[in-house]
Design a protein around this ligand. Structure first.
Ligand SMILES: Nc1ncnc2c1ncn2[C@@H]1O[C@H](COP(=O)(O)OP(=O)(O)OP(=O)(O)O)[C@@H](O)[C@H]1O
Ligand SMILES: [Mg+2]
Length: 343
């Protein structure tokens, strides 16, 4: 489904005040938030605990009503059911039916989207493989570890091949191998033209993945922009080369000094802990060590095809097997424009 102007999420001046039993304002959770997430972007929503990220997400999903301000999601108002067909949501807590197996859980969500039986089976197979749970698919999810439940939650969020994916702390509780795979998956979905709103405390995930970020504090957006805009240190230069002998380093220092530059830090870069961890786990797997936990997930399920990023900002997503796609005429194209005009 297409959103006017390729904007999948638009918030203008959104405020949410929670009230107490006597309707007195109690917590101002979100205050005057403006957000614009374009089609195909991976957008990071950051902020310390209680800064209003989940409240913002719940308003985007129509689970909470803003006290003031306006929101459009996929060109529609958040409570419009038409937009929900094209939306995938992973909540910060895994709300799963304890006694359903992983397969039954995905089948259940597939039924909510009215996917035909053969499509549900096919997608469930692919998603279980993708998140590495095919070997434990018949166990009740109530028995799963936290990270395994997150994997089921992520598969559930993708069963309808959504255009817009809203992920609230997707890698929380996941081991570093799974977290890496989820990051790769998110990057892949972005390159297929899907839009992802990613709310996380893992700052390295944001640096690796996000096109743009908004940093919230006390319910307000304190900084917004691309990672480059926000992070590049214009006043410094890094030159990376092979290990240098002492003499060469001394010569470089001399050269810099002749140009009036005294500040020169010379260090050996460290590899990231993630790369060491992944190497050790890969080695254990290659040695055939047994595990009763989740396996390493597979590649991105082929039904999540999306659209190429190059045409992402204009072309509407193609219809998906069995999923009902709203005709373009149903999209409230005036909504984005009307949101842009502040009262
Ligand atoms: N249903 C509610 N009733 C009252 N206050 C609430 C409710 N939900 C959230 N709040 C308050 O709103 C503020 C923002 O909460 P929110 O859950 O949006 O934070 P967050 O940024 O998602 O934090 P975290 O990183 O811990 O998940 C907090 O002060 C919280 O206590
Ligand atoms: Mg939260």
């Amino acid at each position: 489904m297409s959103a006017a102007d390729g904007i999948d999420i638009k918030c203008v001046g959104v405020t949410k005040t929670f009230r107490d039993f006597w309707m007195r304002p109690r917590v101002r959770a979100v205050e005057g938030v403006d957000l614009e997430v374009r089609r195909g972007q991976i957008y990071g929503l950051l902020g310390p605990n209680g800064s209003g990220k989940s409240t913002t997400i719940k308003m985007l999903l129509g689970l909470l009503t803003p006290t003031s301000g306006r929101i459009a999601v996929l060109g529609r108002r958040p409570r419009d059911v038409g937009a929900k067909r094209h939306l995938g949501y992973l909540p910060e807590e895994s709300y799963l039916y304890r006694f359903l197996s992983a397969r039954e859980t995905l089948d259940y969500y597939g039924r909510l989207f009215r996917l035909p039986g053969n499509v549900r089976r096919e997608r469930t197979d692919r998603l279980l493989e993708m998140v590495g749970l095919e070997a434990v698919e018949h166990r009740p999810v109530g028995e799963f570890s936290k990270g395994m439940q997150r994997r089921v939650g992520l598969a559930q969020a993708l069963i309808n091949d959504p255009q817009l994916l809203i992920l609230d702390e997707p890698t929380s509780g996941m081991d570093p191998v799974a977290a890496r795979q989820i990051k790769d998956l998110i990057a892949d979905l972005g390159s297929r033209g899907k839009t992802v709103l990613l709310c996380t405390h893992q700052l390295s995930d944001v640096e690796d993945l996000c096109d743009r970020v908004a940093i919230m504090y006390g319910g307000r957006v304190r900084a917004e922009g691309t990672c480059d805009d926000l992070l590049v240190q214009e006043a410094l230069t890094t030159i990376q080369t092979d290990a240098l002998p002492e003499g060469v380093v001394a010569e470089i220092r001399g050269l810099l000094a002749r140009h009036g530059i005294d500040h020169c830090d010379v260090t050996r870069p460290r590899r990231r802990m993630e790369s060491l961890f992944l190497e050790i786990v890969d080695r254990a797997r290659a040695e055939g060590l047994q595990t009763s936990g989740a396996r390493s997930g597979g590649g991105v399920a082929d039904f999540l095809r999306g659209e190429p990023a190059s045409s992402a900002s204009t072309a509407p997503a193609g219809p998906t097997d069995g999923a009902v796609v709203a005709p373009a005429a149903e999209v409230d194209t005036g909504l984005i424009e009307s949101l842009a005009r502040r009262p």
